[in-house]
Design a protein around this ligand. Structure first.
Ligand code: FMN
Length: 303
């Protein structure tokens, strides 16, 4: 969904006037008029869903108590989900994690100094630094794979070691790696190139509702969740854990950034449909759960 359509629908279902909608969605009168006829069904659906959504938070917490849990797919003997998503394409190996220099910054200083960083210098990340960030957040130390169960162990915890998160990477500035969109393979520790579109940074920026740090960043991590990996064991309660797991990754990446003179800003404000489209997922079996922009800190660190 493009930004104009989003703004049109967002404002329309809230009862905004034609003039207000044209202003917010940056629509000409002709564009507005043609949209008026095209989205009637969708608007009805959104209005119905908005009623359901009104108190979904407390209901979600209530209904995902253990008390309500159903027999899991694992208990029913449903075949295990794969722990790793394989995407075919041109791959770029990253420096091995045991070969890169270990940062000297103490854990105390990393925690003490961490702040959200939204402005970055023009300095690119090196491949070693990128490798280090993946090591902190996504890299697989150990993969256990049997017919019955498959799971990974990493530098972040995950409920039941289900590790439901995938990592896509918008590269703007990394030494020796072309700008573009990539998927990270956490076992092979390599990137797979996804998108040749030169406009991809702008698409991520638009999906992140115009947050400039996306285009200014050296890289922006786009983290998705595959709920079935966790729901196979924890059914609907799994949805609580996806977000907790994502938080752990975000914090490890934030602290790892401190250690290499970079800064990160977490991104929760994004338009779901657009961000899912950017990485090519359906929003249900896999959906974007979090993003983080990362770049070297500017000389003036007060910004
Ligand atoms: C879940 C989550 C979502 C966030 N989303 C955004 C965002 O979309 N844009 C942004 O500029 N900052 C975002 N932030 C950063 C917060 O605004 C920031 O952590 C907060 O203001 C505290 O500042 P500090 O991180 O420098 O301590 C997010 C942080 C979290 C934890």
């Amino acid at each position: 969904m493009d930004r104009k359509t989003f703004e049109y629908l967002f404002n329309k279902v809230r009862g905004a006037s034609k003039e207000e909608i044209m202003k917010h969605a940056k629509l000409s009168e002709d564009e507005y008029d043609s949209m008026e006829g095209s989205f009637e069904e969708q608007i009805k659906e959104i209005q119905k869903d908005r009623e359901k959504a009104a108190d979904i938070g407390p209901e979600f917490v209530r209904l995902t108590r253990y008390l309500y849990g159903k027999t899991s797919d694992q208990q029913k003997g449903v075949h295990r989900p794969d722990a790793i998503k394989e995407i075919k394409g041109e791959s770029i190996a990253l420096p091995a994690v045991d070969k890169i220099e270990k940062p000297k910054l103490s854990l105390y200083d990393a925690i003490q100094n961490r702040r959200s960083t939204r402005q970055y210098s023009d300095e690119p990340l090196s491949r070693d630094e990128l490798s280090f960030l993946f090591w902190a957040g996504f890299w697989v130390k150990d993969l256990k794979s049997t017919e019955r169960v498959e799971f990974t162990l990493r530098n972040v915890p995950s409920a039941g070691a289900r590790h439901p998160l995938e990592c896509y990477l918008l590269i703007n500035k990394v030494q020796g790696i072309e700008a573009g969109l990539y998927h990270y393979h956490p076992v092979k520790h390599e990137l797979v190139r996804l998108e040749k579109d030169a406009d991809i940074a702008n698409q991520v920026y638009e999906a992140a509702m115009g947050q400039e740090m996306v285009t200014k960043s050296a890289v922006t991590f786009i983290v998705s969740a595959i709920p079935q990996r966790t729901a196979w064991r924890y059914v609907q309660r799994a949805y609580r854990y996806l977000y907790l797991d994502a938080g752990h990754v975000g914090q490890n990446i934030s602290l790892a950034c401190e250690a290499i003179g970079a800064g990160a800003c977490m991104i929760g404000a994004y338009q779901d449909e657009a961000m899912n489209e950017v990485i090519g997922v359906d929003g249900r079996e896999e959906f974007v759960i979090y993003a983080f922009s990362v770049g070297k800190k500017p000389a003036d660190t007060s910004v």
